[in-house]
Design a binder for this molecule. Structure first.
Ligand code: FEO
Length: 388
């Protein structure tokens, strides 16, 4: 069935929900699935805006065929070459060999890298500020390098005031999932685009000059109505500012004793009125742990010592934070060790690679299991975190 985006009669949604994928990009659990969004603008000229992941090629082609209603498209606009969006280019160029491929120089340069050779279709390389007239619709191209690959561009359609935002403003979750935008948009943004805060800030500055009525991302719902809350979240996330006051207590525990220490500290923080999220790094989704660390202004890391370092789930977590340019936060440390506690030293070493972190000097060291003396030290550390 033909589906247009809200308030439009000529911009069609032709994407697909994927609810059988185990891990998006082979690392992020997507329990509610993910959508690969693509669009078609039908006017005097017809433009396809991106394709979909190869997992959804057939479904996408069926919808495109229905929208085109026997006509051939004039353009395929390629905003991003990552395979979840460019993965069906071969299928559509074989079907429409006269369709012009439109993209940045870098995008068109990447095409043969993925396809093995260049499709025979005509191409048009576009630069910042160039336009493509479709009739009553005009696409304005805005380069957005590193949001989240170097070839990325977004398109502003000035007739209906729609921003086709590539990966920006996307979220995990199939379109039929009834859930608020923020949580899964946060997990998506911080894990996938999080490292590229400065390029996102550049794009936000460009977007601020546009009169936008709708944002069409490549994942998740089309955003309409009051767009300020979405833009504000992106401003916060891309500037690495905490979203709210609160504490992530993340632990890596081998036999449960470090977990007990973390739980005790978390309970104290809650009793002090703090918003607290307690996560077991051995079992939780690492991407959710990263998202929660960015969400709050403070994090407590509690870990067992292990083979002269730190228990590996904690090391993995800190490496994820390092990769995503985690910064501007306050950290407290709890370590456990039965004969040579060294987890705090290792955590410190990893935290030292990140910018603008304040690590509280008051570290708690537990020897094997939590004992009354440890309890009072943990409660004192909770108080220090509360006051930080
Ligand atoms: Fe959804 Fe960067 O691809």
């Amino acid at each position: 069935m033909l589906k247009t985006i809200p308030h439009s009669e000529q911009i069609f949604y032709v994407g697909a929900d994927d609810k059988t994928l185990d891990l998006f990009e082979s690392q992020y659990p997507v329990p509610d699935g993910v959508s690969y969004n693509a669009y078609v603008i039908r006017d005097e000229k017809t433009a396809l805006l991106d394709t979909v992941d190869p997992r959804a090629t057939n479904q996408w082609l069926e919808q495109v065929t229905e929208v085109l209603d026997g006509t051939a498209p004039d353009y395929l606009v390629i905003s991003h070459m990552e395979p979840d969006h460019a993965g069906s280019i071969r299928a559509i160029t074989e079907r429409y060999p006269d369709m012009t491929l439109v993209g940045s120089a870098k995008a068109l340069g990447m095409l043969p890298q993925f396809l093995g050779d260049m499709p025979g279709n005509p191409t048009r390389t576009v630069k910042e500020g160039e336009t493509l007239e479709l009739g009553s619709h005009t696409l304005h191209f805005v380069m957005a390098p590193m949001v989240h690959w170097p070839e990325v561009m977004v398109c502003y359609e000035s007739g209906e005031k729609v921003l086709f935002s590539a990966d920006a403003f996307g979220k995990f979750g199939a379109l039929d999932t009834d859930q608020p935008w923020t949580d899964e948009a946060r997990r998506y943004y911080l894990n996938i685009v999080g490292k590229y805060g400065a390029p996102v800030q550049t794009l936000l500055k460009k977007a601020a000059k546009l009169d936008i009525c709708a944002i069409c991302p490549l994942h998740g719902p089309v955003l309409t109505g009051d767009l300020a809350p979405y833009l504000e979240k992106y401003q916060t996330w891309s500037s690495y500012a905490p979203e709210e006051k609160g504490v992530l207590v993340a632990y890596a525990s081998i036999h449960g004793n470090t977990a007990q220490a973390a739980a005790l500290l978390a309970e104290r923080l809650k009793a002090l009125g703090e918003t607290v999220v307690l996560l077991d790094l051995s079992r939780c989704d690492m991407a959710e742990a990263v998202a929660q660390a960015f969400r709050f202004d403070r994090t407590v890391l509690a870990a067992a010592s292990y083979d002269g370092g730190v228990f590996l789930p904690m090391e993995e977590f800190l490496l994820h934070l390092q990769y995503k340019a985690f910064q501007k936060r306050t950290i407290a440390l709890v370590e456990n060790g039965s004969w040579a506690p060294c987890a705090a030293k290792k955590m410190h070493t990893l935290l030292d690679t990140m910018k603008d972190l304040t690590v509280l000097e008051q570290t708690v060291t537990i020897r094997s299991a939590v004992k009354p003396g440890d309890e009072s030290a943990l409660l004192a550390l909770a108080d220090a975190v509360h006051q930080a």
